[in-house]
Design a protein around this ligand. Structure first.
Ligand code: GSH
Length: 276
């Protein structure tokens, strides 16, 4: 078939542009892989939160763990979901891993970390129960409040979620919480349930510095990750007022975790001034 020069030009331009884009993309990936040296964890991230380093408690949990265990890591803000369709996920020496807890357990074993060595057998059992409670239950209460009851969605809007993303997010997350179960409770019931989770944490913490004494342990990463969302990302809400009013030891604990482990907190939040 014969093509004159007028028809060929757009085709050639398209071919050149596509090739350039592919070259740029492969260079970017190459640079990324090259810039991450051996034994450095790449943490895939979905952006800074307004008043805490992430709107995802699980990203905050994992990053806190890296800091606590002094594991070198690098953040990739690529807003991509991992192989299990969720964040966080990491790359470590060529291995891709998803799920904050599985990542922590893998690295603890691989690097022979001793962050839970000071816990007795009974304390380890309690630690596991607390981790499961906050990550698999308290988390969902926060998600349901954030998406179903918090009409203003200030933190999400501050993190640049536009109206279409908020509409889709609300639909998806209300469906998720309904399937999980907490989405079937009314506001008053949710608050009563949440109060009991806060009370259990508050009573167990008491006047201790961290959950198991003077040294932080892995469960502090989970508890801090989850509580931080109520404390910093639900300003003006009833869960936030409850935490600040009735469980002040948990608030003080969150500030302690932040001050002791997150020297670079202010560089990792969108608005370094705390909401009142
Ligand atoms: N068990 C997972 C939970 C991770 C999780 O639920 N991440 C949320 C963000 S906070 C997510 O990616 N949600 C996206 C979705 O469910 O589609 C972990 O510990 O990493």
């Amino acid at each position: 078939m014969f093509l004159d020069i007028q028809h060929l030009i757009p085709v050639l331009v398209a071919i050149v542009c596509t090739s350039l884009l592919l070259i740029l993309k492969s260079r970017r990936n190459h640079n990324r892989i090259q810039s991450c040296s051996h034994d450095v964890v790449l943490l895939h991230h979905c952006g800074k939160g307004p008043h805490a380093p992430s709107l995802s408690p699980f990203i905050l949990k994992l990053e806190t763990f890296f800091k606590m265990a002094e594991i070198p890591y690098q953040i990739v803000r690529d807003y991509k979901l991992g192989p299990k369709g969720k964040v966080p996920w990491v790359e470590y020496n060529g291995l891709i891993m998803a799920d904050s807890q599985l990542c922590m357990e893998y690295l603890t074993e691989k690097l022979r970390l001793n962050i839970d060595d000071h816990l007795s057998t009974a304390e380890r059992a309690i630690s596991r129960s607390l981790q499961r409670m906050v990550d698999e239950h308290t988390y969902w209460l926060m998600v349901h409040w954030r998406w179903a009851f918090d009409k203003e969605k200030l933190s999400l809007r501050q993190a640049n979620w536009g109206s279409p993303a908020l509409i889709i997010g609300t639909y998806v997350q209300k469906k998720n919480t309904y399937t999980q179960g907490v989405g079937r409770h009314c506001e008053a019931e949710l608050l009563r349930i949440l109060r009991k989770d806060f009370k259990a944490l508050s009573d167990f913490l008491g006047t201790k510095y961290y959950f198991f004494g003077d040294r932080p342990s892995s469960v502090d990463c989970s508890i801090f990750g989850q509580l931080s969302q109520f404390l910093w990302h639900l300003p003006g809400s009833e869960p936030n007022a409850m935490l600040r009013g009735d469980f002040s030891n948990l608030c003080e604990y969150c500030h302690r975790m932040k001050d002791n482990l997150w020297k670079d907190w202010a560089d990792n939040v969108l608005f370094p001034v705390e909401p009142s």
